[in-house]
Design a protein around this ligand. Structure first.
Ligand SMILES: Cc1cc2nc3c(=O)[nH]c(=O)nc-3n(C[C@H](O)[C@H](O)[C@H](O)COP(=O)(O)OP(=O)(O)OC[C@H]3O[C@@H](n4cnc5c(N)ncnc54)[C@H](O)[C@@H]3O)c2cc1C
Length: 458
């Protein structure tokens, strides 16, 4: 960064301006994905809308690129940049529930844990992701799905309004009634249009107890079990959502010790309705074949939302590929299981997320999120600890990612891909042109380019 006097900026902030060399700098620039190691010239840890406006104006006046951090979880690592200005919303985490209206207003740096904590106090929830440290902002702007999506749709389907600071530093509200076209774009168009300082969500009655947990199988049985899972998924009720994961078994107490460290298939099951009804619904899945472990039980929704946190903890090096599937053919299943045998580290996994249900009730062009007919998302995630393994793990993921894409439906979830270059159409589908026109209107100079970028049309 050329010498710029930041004293007036620092004086104008309620939050902090953090420069390289300061004690808070390395912590503030670090993201969930340890593969990302970028050094911004300046980090503004915003504490309120006014700070966001100040930071955007400062960046634009001084010709600095802008990166925006919500929860810092995105595998692509666009929340930080080299040389530019990082706007860090990590202290803007307030969540305010209106139990009578069944809504929650959520600040732009809140995590899923923050949201669940406040909403569950009233027996309410809204669809989000499955790891509680994930940021609401990035998750929602890309679509957002989790255990409740088959029942209540995507996060964007429950979004009522967004407060956004635009590239020229204006604060606007986007909803069905105000800036409706922008509201359309914010529901799947990623961080392209400004900094979202708050989101207003619709809530639903959930819990406090749901039926939740894993059934685990040996990898040798995985082809048959996945075929059964495919059939189960086709007719499963909307309260039910099951994700399959080809992974290495951790030393969990409900698994016999001889399977610890071996490759397994886990079916992580959620029944978000009455747990007693759920027992009957999940029984055909849990009793199929020869499970080596089962820990499905009634538990608090808020606890279920945190069960995967440790497995996906911050600090590992990550590179993901992802593709959408309308079905899992026998060939795809066989390929997945064969690839699972080659996973390069114990932390690497291949996740199959079940979609369908309510998210398919919405038309592909009703919001910017286009993949309404995807039944599964398959995401091989290479994860490793040692930088010395970078080349080996990256080679693995690139090779198998391309192999899997051949069987996929051509779409990809924008929040699960590490690089969008060349995959813009996969991510945004037929909505790309409309997003580009919107970008032209709200951010014609592409001030917000450090994201899964939509280039202005002009
Ligand atoms: C372990 C793990 C589990 C996940 N599970 C799920 C899941 O179950 N379901 C699901 O749908 N997704 C899931 N995701 C993907 C997740 O939705 C994305 O990584 C999402 O981008 C995370 O949001 P964030 O705010 O934490 O990210 P960040 O890295 O902070 O931000 C990502 C991008 O979003 C934009 N952005 C962030 N905050 C704002 C803001 N306030 N205003 C404007 N733009 C902003 C920026 O462009 C930024 O580059 C998971 C990711 C991980 C790593």
């Amino acid at each position: 960064m050329p010498p710029i006097d930041i004293a007036p900026l620092a004086a104008a902030l309620r939050g902090e301006a953090i420069r390289p060399g300061e004690a808070a700098y390395d912590g503030a620039r670090s993201l969930w994905n340890a593969l990302i190691d970028k050094r911004p010239a300046l980090i503004v840890r915003a504490d309120g809308v006014a700070d966001v406006i100040t930071a955007i104006r400062f960046a634009r006046e001084n010709g600095l690129a802008i990166a925006v951090r919500g929860g810092g979880h995105n595998v692509a690592g666009n929340a930080v940049c080299d040389d530019g200005l990082m706007i860090d919303l990590s202290v803007m985490r307030a969540v305010q529930v209106d139990p009578a209206r069944r809504t929650a207003r959520v600040e732009g740096g809140a995590t899923l844990a923050d949201l669940d904590h406040e909403t569950q106090a009233f027996g309410l929830a809204t669809p989000g992701g499955v790891v509680s440290s994930t940021g609401i902002a990035g998750l929602t702007l890309g679509g957002g799905f989790g255990w409740l999506t088959r029942r209540y749709g995507l996060a964007v389907d429950n979004l009522l309004a967004v407060e956004l600071v635009t590239a020229d530093g204006a604060l606007i509200t986007a909803s069905e009634h105000e800036h409706p076209e922008l509201f359309w774009g914010l529901r799947g168009g990623s961080g392209n249009f400004g900094v979202a300082t708050s989101f207003l969500f619709r809530l639903h009655e959930i819990g406090p107890e749901i039926l939740f947990g894993p059934t685990v199988y040996r990898l040798d049985d995985a082809v048959e079990v996945l075929q059964h899972y495919r059939a189960f998924a086709e007719s499963a009720p909307r309260e039910c959502c099951v994700w399959a994961d080809l992974m290495t078994a951790p030393p969990l107490p409900f698994l016999p010790e001889r399977y610890h460290g071996t490759k397994v298939l886990t079916l992580m099951q959620c029944y978000s309705g009455d747990p007693t009804e759920g027992e009957a619904v999940l029984a055909p899945l849990r009793r199929f074949g020869q499970p080596i472990g089962d820990a499905v039980s009634p538990m608090r929704y808020a606890s279920a939302q945190q069960i995967l946190d440790q497995a996906y903890a911050k600090g590992l090096r990550n590179y993901w590929k992802s593709d959408n599937f309308k079905t899992l053919s026998d060939t795809t299943i066989e390929k997945l299981v064969a690839i699972a045998r080659t996973m390069p580290t114990p932390e690497t996994d291949m996740l199959i997320c079940q979609l369908g249900g309510a998210m398919g009730d919405v038309a592909p062009d009703a919001t910017a999120f286009p993949h309404r007919d995807a039944a599964f998302i398959v995401t091989p995630g290479a994860r490793w600890r040692d930088p010395a393994d970078d080349a080996r793990c990256l080679a693995w993921i690139h090779e198998i990612g391309e192999g899997l894409s051949e069987d996929a439906d051509g779409g990809a979830y924008v929040n699960f891909i590490a690089e969008i270059d060349g995959r813009e159409r996969d991510a945004y589908g037929a909505n790309y042109e409309r997003l580009a026109a919107l970008k032209n209107h709200y951010d014609p100079t592409n001030a917000f380019s450090l994201n899964q970028n939509v280039r202005p049309a002009a």
